[in-house]
Design a binder for this molecule. Structure first.
Ligand code: HL5
Ligand code: SIN
Ligand code: MN
Length: 270
């Protein structure tokens, strides 16, 4: 459950790390089932693909679904995060990007921390993103593409467009890097897109440049991204705060479960 020194070094060098472990098939099944149900809950936490009914993203599922409430405390994820960040961490943001088959749209090239500094005055990039594949991810269904080492390039495009793409959240399109910035960075850093079967886990830095292409394949690419933040690094708003579904307000340090989330859930129900 702990990262080796080599894994820690690789995360710091590349800005992302795919774990060797994957969640079990029954765990993936429970998470998918929870997501399908949560997609039926109407409200602003559910973001649609532009001009369509299909779901583009759903926020804060862990506040409504017990599987995900457990998963954020699962030792396989929370231990590595605490090693990388701090002992006291909480969930700052929780989202599932659905990337539906035949038409899930792109996520523009961006750095997460730019969004969170602009929108939430987040003092420092003291976060770790944990991505969990809810579907098999290959070259066809729009995998996330990272520019390795780009988290060490500083904030490249530190401003926001005048018009927002979405009223519900800050879409990466609003803070997208320019073609010139991307061409120069890719020449320097290259691109990598981790693939793998459902249940795979990738950790990534809030400062790494990343994005993903549209999904024209017959397969969905549902991707959970949990952002843990250091409890000593809280957001603040001079005016109206951002909605609670995008920026979670429960900043109590997370306690690590004794067992994987599904075993804990089944134990609680027994
Ligand atoms: N949608 C997020 C938010 O905070 C920001 C993006 O991938 C994270 C850039 O509204
Ligand atoms: C994101 O950065 O939030 C979007 C990445 C993706 O879902 O492809
Ligand atoms: Mn992002």
């Amino acid at each position: 459950m702990h990262l080796t020194q080599e894994q820690l070094d690789r995360y710091h060098e590349d800005g992302f790390l795919k774990l060797d472990l994957t969640l079990d098939a029954d765990e993936v099944e429970a998470l998918r089932e929870g997501f399908v149900r949560d997609c039926q809950v109407p409200g602003p936490q559910r973001v649609a693909e532009e001009g369509r009914d299909e779901v583009r993203a759903v926020y804060a599922t862990h506040q409504r679904r017990p599987e995900y409430a457990g998963l954020i405390r699962d030792p396989r994820l929370l231990q590595p995060v605490r090693q990388l960040l701090a002992e006291d961490v909480y969930i700052y943001q929780f989202k599932i990007n659905a990337k539906p088959a035949f038409g899930g749209e792109k996520w523009s090239w961006h750095q997460d921390y730019v969004a969170w500094r602009i929108a939430d005055n987040l003092p420092a990039p003291r976060q770790v993103n944990v991505a969990v594949f809810l579907d098999d991810v290959d070259e066809f269904n729009g995998p996330v593409i990272f520019l390795p080492g780009s988290h060490r390039s500083g904030l490249i495009n530190d401003s926001r467009k005048d018009a927002a793409k979405s009223a519900q959240h800050l879409d990466p399109d609003d803070i997208a890097l320019t073609e010139e910035q991307m061409a120069a960075l890719v020449a320097e850093r290259g691109m990598v897109s981790p693939k793998g079967r459902a249940g795979s886990i990738v950790l990534f830095s809030p400062e790494i440049v990343h994005g993903s292409a549209p999904n024209m394949s017959p397969f969905p690419r549902r991707l959970l991204i949990m952002t843990y933040n250091d409890t000593a690094n809280l957001p603040s708003w001079p005016g109206e705060p951002r909605p609670e579904y995008v920026v979670c307000r429960d900043t109590e340090p997370l306690r690590v479960l004794d067992t994987p989330f599904l075993a804990a859930l089944e134990g609680a129900l027994a």
